[in-house]
Design a binder for this molecule. Structure first.
Ligand SMILES: NC(=O)c1ccc[n+]([C@@H]2O[C@H](COP(=O)([O-])OP(=O)(O)OC[C@H]3O[C@@H](n4cnc5c(N)ncnc54)[C@H](O)[C@@H]3O)[C@@H](O)[C@H]2O)c1
Length: 328
């Protein structure tokens, strides 16, 4: 059945992939975005299609549309961007959630919240299960994002309890893939761009801190399955790849896949940077019959080839890598 689907943050990294999948399924999709970190180029394949519409709007302000489902993704996701204007980050999470939940309540439709593993903070339980309450700093530089997302989740549960809104809350762990923003400082894009430019790869701390990296196509599949769950849900579901990788391992893998000659340099660990992150996805497996399928190696190859294209369009010294490869 064709649905009218609203995706907030639709011009962002995850949002544009989600919009593409929904449009390909024949749905009528509206991407709402204020282009804070998102880009119109992310929507190039969709703009002009009869079942797609892009609307410039800031979710901290009310919005009135007639739709059948809402995916609420609007919020900068990388520390560089969410720390640039921390007050706006919290407003986006909290006021954005209130405005979108208000719409879902008025229309009696399901709404999915893109929450985050950041709500677990620097966890002392490992791997992280959904009922773990987290170890989050209320005052540190990441708090605008972590606490904003926590408050947004609380609003979701209260709208469900008080107003019967059909909610889905996805706790997303590190996701990577084509169309990540070149300059947002996330580990995979940083390392790939540094490697392609033969520049030093910066490892924070001793490089032993871990993350679990999920390829964007797998995440989008998980989000869509979660939206389509038929039984009532009143708690969050982790979505991520349960394969833990250290920063040093991923740097080595990217160097080898790009054939780069980048040296590795060490820098102090940023404040409140979590030491370990890995999802327990038993709930997603049971409820959604979902687990990531794309291996880190394959996902990285696809992401590297995307960034090679971006850098060569920018006439970037990426060519140095090609020369280095040719000479090796
Ligand atoms: N990518 C990840 O690894 C990851 C991990 C955990 C959670 N998430 C969550 O998934 C969602 C999407 O993340 P992403 O990686 O695509 O980030 P992104 O920064 O690429 O996309 C976020 C989008 O939201 C838009 N936006 C920001 N503030 C807005 C506002 N006030 N009004 C309207 N639009 C606004 C941005 O312009 C951008 O297009 C976010 O909510 C993020 O917190 C992502």
């Amino acid at each position: 059945m064709q649905k009218r689907i609203l995706v907030t943050g639709g011009a962002g990294f995850v949002g544009c992939h989600l919009c593409e999948r929904l449009v390909a399924q024949g749905h009528q999709v509206i991407a709402v975005d204020n282009y804070y970190t998102g880009r119109r180029e992310n929507l190039t394949a969709l703009l002009g299609l009869p079942n797609f519409e892009a609307l410039r709007h800031d979710v901290t302000f009310p919005l009135y549309l007639e739709v059948d489902e809402i995916y609420n993704l609007a919020c900068p996701a990388s520390p560089v961007h969410y720390q640039r204007d921390p007050v706006q980050t919290t407003k986006t999470s909290v006021l954005g959630a209130i405005n979108m939940l208000g719409m879902a309540k008025r229309l009696g439709i399901p709404i999915l919240q893109a929450s985050t593993s950041e709500i677990y903070g620097d966890p002392d339980v490992h791997p992280q299960v959904e009922d773990y309450r987290g170890l989050v700093s209320i005052s540190g530089p990441r708090a605008c994002y972590d606490e904003g997302k926590r408050c947004a989740e609380t609003l979701f549960y209260d709208y469900k309890r008080r107003h019967g809104v059909e909610i889905r809350v996805a706790r997303i762990f590190n996701t990577y893939g084509p169309r990540m923003n070149l300059e947002d400082g996330r580990v995979v894009s940083n390392f790939i761009v540094q490697a392609l430019r033969n520049e030093p790869i910066t490892l924070y701390g001793d490089g032993r801190q871990t993350r679990a990296f999920c390829f964007v196509d797998d995440l989008v599949e998980g989000l869509m399955r979660l939206m389509n769950v038929t039984q009532p849900l009143d708690s969050a579901v982790n979505l991520g790849n349960p394969v833990e990788t250290s920063m040093a391992e991923i740097a080595d893998l990217i160097i080898s896949l790009t054939g780069s000659r980048s040296p590795i340099v060490f820098r102090p660990l940023p404040q409140d940077d979590p030491r370990q992150r890995c999802p327990d996805i038993s709930k997603a497996q049971e409820l959604l019959h979902w687990r990531p399928k794309v291996s880190l190696q394959d996902g990285l190859k696809r992401t590297i080839s995307y960034f090679e294209g971006v850098l060569s369009r920018m006439q970037d010294p990426v060519r140095r890598v090609e020369v280095a490869r040719a000479n090796s």
